[in-house]
Design a protein around this ligand. Structure first.
Ligand code: MTE
Ligand code: CO
Length: 390
């Protein structure tokens, strides 16, 4: 260019003056230019903020790890603030030795680090009957993916000594909602963790400080936060959260229950309604997330024409079983209207269904376990809208 770019030729303030010194922010925060990247709620969704949910800003994130301050929150009785020295974890029921652990006791068990997604069973629930919320933060933001540090749950159960009649475990939270869920013993002894760190630092209060249960690949409701009690029993307890909630009313009036596993799912996170295309036609990056409670994601396809033609997306190799996978599809946008979709297949061969196919099997009454294919309508001006195609 003949004229120099003033952003280069003119001295800028940040180049002319010294910046703040170290310790200006003892706990670092994002750049002020990123202040819109926050959890957000949908005000009309719940009557009260203490039994409510907010959503991870998926449209603004990349990679597979959710930053701690952006992990969506779902709690039924507000956030419990528990001094770690006052917290106790009790194991009772069908065990040889009922036990009480302090946090100090827990820290002395052998530790493991694992990366897992947590998805609320209600994620995408508002989209069952048709396209509703305009943004993947709202349609798909009840998921986060974190590296947990903790001890395998089996270590604590073995310490207490399981009786052979012990087939189920009740996990109970110390918060005002005293959340309780029944978990089959095979799962408890398999890959569950009792975790106290997320992404290297202590759990955030919102996520269950000082200790939460991690139930890989299974619905978020079972990941009891502020974990205070584990009871061993010989049958499920039929608590509120596994009878009136977290069950799926089918068209014939019967309800599915104990639908623990989260099925294969994906979504394009950008471009999406909150992340429009601002650069016009030409080189364009489509990116999104795919995950499955079955393990790894084998394949993700992207469609530009509402599911008529599919193109293999590139799955970033940095991932783990039962963690989100990051995919990319790079293409030249000709500036025409597109219907963007993604469709994932997991390691067991399960393929994400269309919403139509899902409703055919489950009817229209459901809220939970909507893993249907999402469509974004990309318009010529780069704006996007949540739509459904048939
Ligand atoms: N544990 C307790 N004690 N109380 C709760 O309200 N909510 C559950 C689960 N564990 C809940 C809880 C639900 S429904 C979900 S989806 C996850 O926690 C949400 O975890 P997060 O807030 O870390 O995203
Ligand atoms: Co939930």
């Amino acid at each position: 260019a003949a004229e120099g770019d003033p952003k280069i030729t003119e001295l800028q303030d940040w180049n002319r003056y010294l910046g703040p010194g170290v310790d200006a922010a003892p706990y670092g925060l994002p750049s002020e230019f990123e202040k819109d990247v926050v959890r957000r709620d949908v005000p009309w969704l719940t009557a009260d903020a203490t039994s409510s949910v907010n959503f991870t800003p998926l449209h603004a994130l990349d990679g597979i790890i959710t930053p701690n301050g952006l992990c969506f929150e779902r709690h039924h009785g507000g956030v419990a603030e528990i001094p770690p020295q006052d917290h106790r974890l009790m194991i009772n029921g069908l065990v040889d030795r009922p036990m009480v652990f302090t946090m100090e006791d827990l820290y002395r068990f052998p530790r493991e680090n694992r990366v897992y997604f947590l998805e609320c069973a209600a994620n995408t629930g508002m989209e069952w009957r048709g396209a509703q919320l305009n943004g993947c933060q709202y349609t798909h933001g009840m998921v986060h993916c974190v590296m947990y540090t903790g001890t395998p749950l089996r270590n604590l159960l073995n310490e207490a000594g399981l009786k052979s009649s012990g087939k189920w475990l009740l996990a109970e939270g110390a918060d005002a909602s005293a959340m309780t869920r029944s978990i089959p013993m095979e799962k408890a002894l398999d890959d569950c963790l009792v975790a106290w760190k997320m992404n290297g630092e202590a759990l955030r209060s919102e996520q269950g400080y000082p200790v939460r249960l991690v139930v890989p690949g299974w619905e978020g409701n079972m990941w009891v936060k502020w974990l205070r009690r584990l009871e061993v029993g010989d049958q499920p307890w039929e608590q509120r959260e596994e009878t009136s909630k977290y069950t799926d009313l089918l068209a014939d009036g019967k309800a599915r229950k104990f639908t623990f596993q989260m099925e294969v799912k994906s979504v394009i996170t950008a471009p999406s309604p909150q992340a429009p295309v601002t650069h016009g036609k030409g080189r364009t990056v489509i990116t999104g997330l795919a995950w499955s409670g079955n393990g790894t994601i084998r394949r993700v396809d992207v469609s530009l024409d509402g599911g008529r033609n599919w193109h293999a997306a590139r799955i970033d190799p940095q991932s783990f079983p039962k963690a989100v996978h990051r995919f990319y599809y790079d293409f030249d946008w000709d500036g025409s209207e597109l219907l963007l979709q993604s469709r994932a297949m997991d390691e067991k061969g399960f393929v994400q269904p269309t919403k139509e196919a899902l409703r055919k099997v489950r009817g229209a009454n459901s809220i939970y376990h909507n893993n249907g294919i999402q469509t974004w309508h990309l318009k010529t001006d780069g704006a996007l809208e949540n739509v459904e195609v048939s």
